[in-house]
Ligand binder design. Structure first.
Ligand SMILES: Cc1ncc(COP(=O)(O)O)c(C=O)c1O
Length: 436
């Protein structure tokens, strides 16, 4: 039932009783009024030390970093299993130098949209390099990965079309389709039989299937060898978002489609520069004519400032380093395998991850809040993933393994997780027991 003013008026709001979704349905004639009540809920969460989001980071995103810990009211050092710096490239001296020298020459921003005067030569070169590693004719660079899915899907689809999405697809995929007005149909996670059932029941040929190479909250891989034939059988287009897979999977670093030898079968390959590339931005790659069309109709491209030339220069340097030296990738895989083994040894549930994205399943959202507070008290920083990123009863900590981690840091991470999960035995919502 939707939350109303009468339910909350004059009462002290207990954050344990509500989730964000309750407030999103708040009934009021005043569209801002919800914020007053949500503020009370948030304040209760801060009092209970559950508000672990959005704390200022005070040092570089290495394997450890310093964070202003709101609960301790102090800057503290943490083990960093949260940043997407999978290959450490955001801190690579050659990358930093390339960025610095481009800033010196070109200034700090593109200061225009790409179709006007924001399309710097670094961007053109970056698009060419991305098209090569994706095995596609052409590519377009957007300002973020989110903007890429938003622009591509809203630009291509229209009411009456159908987008068939893996249920756990990223918010940017859902939002892009919603913006287009096309219908959304979902299929069970990574399940080609369910996908076939959905495709069989459609009465339009204007259909696109969207999946992720490495699933961003689960770390498992899209079952492309079975999913792609189903799409082909029904004539559906296929989009693969390789956000977490680029530079990690595939000989050229193209992602999971390349890993399975299926890059040519994918119609649109999407990705982001905010993960392994250590920067910011996104890209779409595909047939030249399709990309040329998207440049004109993807509104998040047309009506948004272009990527800064120094960002593109830094990413170009990353690609150059990656092309000649795979030692960071080798270290990442070594660390990833070690992390999987150690977490399984202590009996933690890491779902079906096959990558450097490692979920540690935490159950319902109230339990996650207590777990996240406890791990931070012990000096471990991870992704704390609750609704709306995942459903309310499938919350998790998300570990981002990096090539920069040492085995000793991974051991410490696993030890802290084990201690905290053990300490939760018998815990009930509302009980804020002392951290052991
Ligand atoms: C699968 C997927 N797509 C898109 C994005 C958005 O990328 P960005 O952070 O570059 O906007 C993310 C980010 O987490 C993602 O995981």
């Amino acid at each position: 039932m939707a939350l109303k003013k009468d339910d909350l008026e004059g009462k002290r709001i207990n954050c344990d009783d509500y989730s964000l979704v309750d407030f999103q349905g708040f009934e009021s004639d005043d569209i801002f009024e919800v914020a007053d009540y949500f503020w009370e809920c948030l304040s209760d969460a801060v009092r209970k030390k559950y508000m672990v989001y959005g704390q200022p980071i005070m040092s570089r995103p290495g394997s450890e970093f310093e964070v202003f810990d709101r609960n301790a009211n102090a800057v503290r050092r943490f083990l960093n299993f949260c940043s997407y710096n999978y290959l450490g490239y955001s801190l690579h001296p050659e990358v930093i130098k390339a960025v610095q020298s481009t800033i010196s020459e070109f200034g700090t921003g593109a200061v225009s949209a790409p179709l006007l005067s924001g399309y710097y030569d670094q961007l053109r070169m970056l698009e060419e390099e991305i098209a090569k590693i994706k095995g596609k004719e052409s590519a377009i660079v957007f300002s973020t990965g989110y903007a890429t899915n938003l622009g591509v899907l809203s630009g291509l689809l229209r009411p009456g079309d159908v987008a068939v999405l893996d249920i756990v697809s990223h918010a940017s995929i859902y939002d892009g389709v919603r913006l287009s007005g096309a219908d959304i149909k979902i299929f069970a996670h990574n399940n080609p039989r369910q996908l076939e059932k959905v495709l069989k029941g459609l009465n339009t040929k204007r259909v696109i299937v969207c999946v992720e190479g490495v699933y961003s909250m689960d770390g498992d891989l899209a079952n492309l060898p079975e999913i792609i034939p189903v799409c082909k059988k029904y004539g559906a287009k296929i989009l693969v978002d390789e956000a977490h897979a680029s530079l990690i999977f595939g000989e050229k670093g193209g992602g999971v489609a390349e890993h399975f030898g299926l890059e040519e079968e994918v119609d649109i390959s999407i990705g982001t520069f905010s993960k392994s590339f250590g920067a910011i931005g996104g890209y779409a790659a595909g047939k030249e004519k399709l990309m040329a069309y998207l440049r004109m109709v993807a509104r998040s491209y047309v009506f948004s400032c272009a990527m800064a030339p120094h960002t593109a220069a830094g990413i170009l340097k990353v690609l150059e380093i990656f092309g000649r030296d795979k030692s960071e990738l080798d270290k990442l895989w070594d660390n990833t395998r070690y992390m999987h083994t150690k977490l399984k040894e202590v009996g933690l549930d890491i779902a079906n991850t096959k990558s450097q994205v490692v979920p540690v399943m935490a159950g319902a959202d109230l339990r996650l809040r207590e777990i996240s507070k406890r791990i931070q008290q012990k000096g471990l920083y991870t992704g704390v993933v609750a609704y709306p990123a995942v459903s309310r009863n499938k919350t998790r900590l998300r570990l981002s393994v990096s090539s920069m981690h040492t085995k000793a840091q991974i051991d410490d991470c696993v030890r802290i997780l084990k201690e905290v999960f053990d300490s939760m035995a018998g815990w009930k919502p509302g009980q804020s027991t002392a951290v052991p």
